[in-house]
Design a binder for this molecule. Structure first.
Ligand SMILES: [Zn+2]
Length: 194
């Protein structure tokens, strides 16, 4: 049996699990995200992975993956921007690898979700898929012809920051009136009408 460790890094929580090749979750744990500090967020990621590593026989571990809530560059190494975390051009892959002494794979969280649904869940068997993920913000992912569509900069499919209300609520991304300020649990804006 081969196993992987996956970490979902969101604006409010870090959730991690050990998963087998059939997509079954064998162990999981959760921490709140110290979202204001890139270093503390990276340490929280390293901590949950370290804790789960204790439950995985070393010869069965094939990969460690991070699904992170933010704009991942096309090289899948740097967090260009994260509206609900403090990452700005943060070399996330390198920073977590330094802490763990192991290789990790970084992916946008919605992309990772869509890929999981296509492999094991609701989108199994489909080659063209769109997933909209509503959490702290609104993420999305597009699979076309069985491949993740990343777009020119690696950040295709981010509808949460499409403006739906001109001069609307201020968003953590710096713009006003973003969709996720009205239809998600973003902490960045007041809950009252503009
Ligand atoms: Zn926004």
């Amino acid at each position: 049996m081969t196993l992987a460790i996956g970490v979902d890094v969101g604006g409010t929580k870090v959730a991690a699990g050990v998963v087998d090749e059939q997509g079954r979750i064998l162990a999981k744990l959760k921490r709140s995200t110290p979202a204001a500090s890139p270093a503390r967020t990276e340490q929280a990621i390293a901590d949950v992975v370290t804790e789960l590593l204790a439950e995985v026989p070393p010869d069965q571990l094939t990969a460690i993956g991070l699904g992170a809530a933010g704009f991942v560059d096309s090289a899948r190494a740097t967090m260009l921007f994260a509206p609900n975390l403090a990452w700005r051009d943060e070399p996330l892959k390198q920073r977590v690898e330094e802490r763990l002494g192991r290789e990790v794979v970084v992916e946008n969280d919605a992309n990772a979700s869509a890929w999981a649904e296509a492999r094991f869940g609701a989108a199994r068997g489909y080659r063209d898929v769109m997933l909209v993920a509503v959490g702290t913000g609104i993420g999305a992912s597009i699979i076309i012809g069985g491949e993740l569509y990343r777009g020119r900069w690696g950040i295709a499919g981010e509808p949460g920051h499409v403006r739906v209300v001109p001069d609307g609520r201020l968003c953590d991304c710096g713009n006003r009136g973003c969709w996720e300020q009205y239809s998600a649990n973003s902490p960045g804006a007041p809950r009252k009408a503009p």
